[in-house]
Design a protein around this ligand. Sequence first.
Ligand code: NAD
Ligand code: ZN
Length: 389
Amino acid sequence: MKALCWQGTHDIRHETIPDPAIEHPRDVIVRVSACAICGSDLHLFDGFVPDMHKGDVMGHEFMGEVVEVGSQSKALRVGERIVVPFTISCGECDQCRRGNFSVCERTNRNAERASKMFGHPTAGLFGYTHLTGGYAGGQAEYVRVPFADTTHIKIPDGLTDEQVLFLGDIFPTGWQAAKQCDIQPTDTVAIWGAGPVGQMTVRSAILQGAKRVICIDRVPERLAMAAEAGAITIDFDQESVVEMLRDLTDGKGPDKCIDAVGLEAHASRSIDSMYDRAKQLVGAETDRPHVLREMIYVCRPAGILSIPGVYGGLIDKIPFGASMNKGLTWRMGQTHVQRWTDELVQLIAEGRIDPSFVITHTGTLADGPEMYKTFRDKKDGCIKVVLKP
Ligand code: NAD
Ligand code: ZN
């Protein structure tokens, strides 16, 4: 089959590799009908996530048709159409039973290695680092879905691939980012990043009843898309984010702050980001936490910081004293995808949101290597890429 394989930093190739096969009775094989490139894939593309191996199949946002079913995967039949959550979950461990699917205790087959780094293993993830199990991803014609009886989302008839594909990642990610804020009707919610995750977060915060949503980025078409949903926008290249957020909140600061940027934050007019880049260059810091610093500084005391943006390792110069003394609450994590499935499928079915709004580019799997660059460089108005194998 054909697949998009990681061959090193900035090197994704469209290659021919062996078809996947059932390896365990709970597996199914899915023929992929649509997959997407996620901001998390860019962290791998740009070489910021450790423990990727040459030849790893990329992709954790995908859906398709079940073509082969292992003997213990009773919940699924050949021919069914499913979206696959990016988090592989067993459905039986303590964490899965609590709904904490992204920290499933049983699906990371490199649990020992992960424990050394993080203290505990986290769930297996598709198309991601070997620290999360090294499972082949879904930017491919076929994919093996382990623990498939508890790692799938069934799709009601009548909804297109484009409408439901993002149920596996960015839609629940935006939804959880907003949920972590316990949004009140009086809240001003500030969201850093107007990429695909930021876009889903803006709409989720509005659907969850925020009084006002402010979105920060510097890419005009991304800010325009956030404004279309009703967000006030700030261009961080043109304006001081801290000053603007203070002005917009009568000096109080946003009640809730969401980091939908993650470890590759950019910044203009800031010394701290030059410091991060220098330290990153010599390997003394893995991630660039500019947005975290800004959120701590500007968030209203007793507020909440919600962090869906991905961080991989070590960060430096975090004003923790400010955070402690202001009484800020931090909530973060990889998304517990299935926790939100039922309510999000309902929102789509009722027509209250159509997540396909975010798609700007569609191509074939062979277009993948070029599309990674287009998405990363935000060329040609690119906000979200969907590939059809
Ligand atoms: P993206 O790279 O397309 O979007 C990031 C956006 O942030 C870009 O538009 C960029 O211009 C903007 N940005 C950069 N620096 C900024 C700054 N200082 N202030 C404001 N905006 C800034 O990626 P995406 O697909 O939207 O993903 C965003 C993050 O969410 C990534 O870190 C990704 O890994 C993460 N993610 C997390 C989960 C999860 O489960 N928690 C799931 C999906 C994605
Ligand atoms: Zn993702």
